[in-house]
Design a protein around this ligand. Sequence first.
Ligand code: BGP
Length: 477
Amino acid sequence: MAKLREDFLWGGAVAAHQLEGGWQEGGKGVSVADVMTAGANGVERTITDGVLPGYNYPNHDAIDFYHHYKDDVKLFADLGLKAFRTSIAWTRIFPNGDETEPNEAGLQFYDDLFDELLKNGIEPVITLSHFEMPYHLVTEYGGWRSRKVIDFFVRFATTVFKRYKNKVRYWMTFNEINNQANVGTEFALFTNSGVKVKPGEDAEKVMYQAAHYEVVASALAVQIGHQINPDFQIGAMIAMVPLYPISPRPADIFKAERAIQTRYWFADVQANGEYPAWLTRYQERAGFNLDITLEDRDVLKQGKVDYIGFSYYMSNTVKAKDDEPDSYKYEEDKDIVRNPTVEASEWGWQIDPQGLRYAMNWFNDRYKLPLFIVENGFGAIDKLDADGHVHDDYRVNYMREHIEQMELAVDVDGVDLIGYTPWGFIDLVSAGTGQMDKRYGLIYVDKNDKGEGTLARSKKDSFYWFQNVIKTNGEDL
Ligand code: BGP
């Protein structure tokens, strides 16, 4: 099988705040990730009011990539990576977010990192905003509630586009921008938008306004990026979770359709350059009275993305309520039901390799754009065996089955795929738990949830397996 492009970007994906550490080094400012504590034993992470004494913030040190990147890049080259997806921490470049001049030490750090990667034949793939907006923009402007943040983001994007225009070709604007559709959780809205919903406020309305400013900012970045370097490929980054109806009952089918619309309108806007009709009607009927101007609509049209980057971990299944009203609404925290036909991970993430092929076909049919799988992988509590190594056959199985489906989508279904960068291919801090416990790595990092460990890196079994997959361009799984 396989038939992947000759220049297929086999890679690995991370985000600055989940691996760099050095949270106060090189003039870096405080980000929204820096004010989120570790979760524990099923307890959600807490968003504190700034960085407070007495709380545990594992992101602050993470795996200290900030100081280890040279050795780490050697390991990445040994793995055979062609691409390394990371984010540029906004707070290293504009520590508060609203400065007019960038922080040179932050810019230099990424220059050095990109040089090191390129020297080793690895192409950097960059996310501009991966759950790391400057916390100052939250306290001063209410995060993406404010239209002013568009200008700050555009300044940040323009600065890094210009600086790295000869080093980076593939960019993405906002990581998993659509996760905030889940307004039932504080986490999704805060990490994406820096927004905290106040008592008595309509979370949905707040989300639609913040998300609107983000899609406008994204479209502006696409336009500006193309002016700076016409070769830039600037993509969306969508958290793709296929949503299946639990039964053939028409109400369930339509509920799944509304769920898909609710989660993926972000991609519609970023790829098609306009809001889908159902959403405009929905927002009008709800009386949200959003600040969406004619000029904004024009910006959206002029700033369509070049490709769809997406994460894929699982599928979900939805069920209609018996008395679903005409104005169907999808509420992620209430409408998802367990799919009895698939297994799930310890965190309840349903394992569905074929869902990846489905998702790729779905994107392809809907947008006719190249795709880039920029996250996929299996989070687990790894155990070091007596020989001091992690034998993670469960991770190899997960990846093999997903890559098989990915190749079917390319070879049999004709999907145009740029690359595949598994998530957290070097162990890092989990976004969900805020801890080291949930690991995705092919490279083990010696650090536990108490912050103890030597930070030594070692290869898991999955490392050698993936090395061979890359070497054979996906022929030998
Ligand atoms: C995505 C995020 C990543 C990441 C990954 C795994 O939602 O883009 O930042 O961490 O999922 O999630 P978790 O760490 O919660 O297992």
